[in-house]
Ligand binder design. Structure first.
Ligand SMILES: Nc1nc2c(ncn2[C@@H]2O[C@H](COP(=O)(O)OP(=O)(O)OP(=O)(O)O)[C@@H](O)[C@H]2O)c(=O)[nH]1
Ligand SMILES: [Mg+2]
Length: 424
């Protein structure tokens, strides 16, 4: 626009020069006055355009710029739907400085837990156990179509395959088949009778493992051991809540000093279960943390000290030695400590659980087993293999990530769940 006005002025000045020559000065003066007026208008319009001189910017740009500025957004957070996106972001930076280093850890662990807890009212624990065993159940429930008539060689083969695919392992499968064969022979079982016979054989094997831990006098130390990610800390949190609800005083010991954020994870569980936790920094000596925690818990006459430990592979000798050291130092305070060593087994790890049970028992004398993640795709068969080989009590079953998702092991319910029809 400015360029256009300037061109016009040039033309007018030229015309006034021509008039001065051809018509005399009065005409020329009149024209020059007109030119001056046009020049003033042009100057004024140039000032208005000045902020960027981008002639393409419409006048409406200014209000638009203001509406996208932050102060405007903060003033009316609810009115503008676009501002709902930044709204949830705001609390995070506010929270972050409050908590030390690992604020994100408890937040991350809390989210899924809450989700599971919220979904609970509609699904009972036994329902979740049944659905947790759905793979195994699928295989066992299919027995109906297999078990018809006589106990033939073909049927034996099919049964063997079902047991193997349900994670019983070769040794336990052979034992189960031998016992079943003997029953079929002595009782003349056929069809559905063979199914009931199998159920009875499995129950015979697993029933002796149904034994609850009964805390004794004084402070009972319960130590959680197992491989990485088996569910030790989660189970510990659930246990804290259970003991507390049964009227016991509980303290937690943050013995996993290896994994960054492990302490924060435990603190989050302590908060949820509303129990105190004794912790030191990551990298501290696990044995000394648990030793100190035991001394403190005894001084405060606590009923239960739940000690977390770092996950470790059972075949890493130096890591297993560290665990043995925890037991050794605890015994310096109380020869009967630890009163319970809970091996936490992810039910989905299959036959590797046998090796875990063997090597953890050698290192720290496992006194009880927790089978976790039975609400997932785990097959329950490994429980029978462990029962046959070690006879260690199975104390609990983990059927979810929520604080209440820990069931005392009940052999009959466990076996029944394996045989539940898929539609149940
Ligand atoms: N679905 C389901 N998830 C579980 C169960 N128990 C634990 N988990 C989940 O398994 C994951 C690992 O659990 P943790 O308790 O941290 O395992 P950990 O043995 O303490 O792991 P490390 O300390 O790393 O050795 C988490 O996401 C838990 O929520 C369970 O019974 N069911
Ligand atoms: Mg842990």
């Amino acid at each position: 626009m400015i360029t256009c006005v300037r061109t016009k002025l040039g033309e007018l000045l030229l015309e006034s020069w021509v008039l001065l020559v051809e018509q005399g000065w009065p005409y020329a003066v009149g024209l020059v006055a007109g030119v001056l007026v046009v020049a003033l208008i042009a100057r004024a319009s140039k000032k208005m355009d000045a902020p960027g001189d981008e002639a393409t910017k419409p006048a409406s740009n200014k209000p638009a710029k203001q509406s996208s500025a932050k102060p405007v957004e903060r003033r009316a957070p609810a009115a503008d739907p676009v501002q709902k996106t930044p709204a949830p972001v705001d609390p995070e930076p506010e929270l972050a400085p409050d908590a030390p280093v690992s604020t994100t850890a408890p937040a991350a662990t809390e989210a899924p837990v809450q989700a599971v807890v919220q979904s609970k009212p509609s699904v009972s624990l036994s329902e979740r156990l049944k659905s947790g065993l759905s793979r195994t159940r699928g295989a066992f429930a299919g027995l109906g179509s297999v078990l018809q008539g006589e106990f033939t060689e073909e049927l034996e083969e099919e049964l063997e395959e079902i047991l193997l695919t349900s994670d019983l392992g070769m040794q336990a499968t052979t034992e189960v088949m031998d016992r079943l064969r003997a029953r079929v022979k002595s009782e003349g079982l056929k069809g559905d009778g063979i199914r009931d016979g199998l159920k009875a054989v499995l129950l015979d094997i697993i029933a002796p493992c149904e034994a609850a831990f009964e805390p004794g006098e004084g402070t009972n130390v319960v130590m959680m051991v197992g491989i990485n990610g088996a569910g030790k800390t989660t189970t510990l949190g659930k246990l804290a809540a259970q003991h507390k609800s049964q009227g016991r005083s509980v303290t937690l010991a943050a013995g996993d000093t290896f994994r960054a954020a492990a302490v924060e994870q435990l603190k989050a569980w302590a908060e949820r279960a509303d129990v105190p936790v004794i912790a030191q920094d990551t990298g501290a000596d696990s044995a000394s943390v648990i030793f100190d925690a035991f001394a403190s818990a005894r001084a405060k006459s606590q009923d239960i000290l739940l000690a977390d430990t770092a996950g470790r592979l059972q075949n890493k000798d130096h890591l297993m030695d560290e665990l043995s050291k925890v037991v050794r130092v605890l015994k310096k305070q109380d020869e009967s400590a630890p009163h319970e060593v809970l091996l936490v087994l992810d039910a989905g790890t299959g036959q590797n659980a046998i090796s875990q049970a063997e090597l953890f028992t050698q290192a720290v004398g496992v006194t009880g087993i927790v089978l976790t993640k039975l609400d997932g795709t785990a097959k329950g068969g490994v429980a029978f293999a462990i029962a046959l080989k070690f006879g260690i009590p199975i104390r609990y079953i983990g059927v979810g990530e929520g604080i209440d998702d820990l069931q005392p092991f009940a052999a009959q319910a466990f076996v029944d769940a394996l045989f539940e029809p898929a539609s149940a």
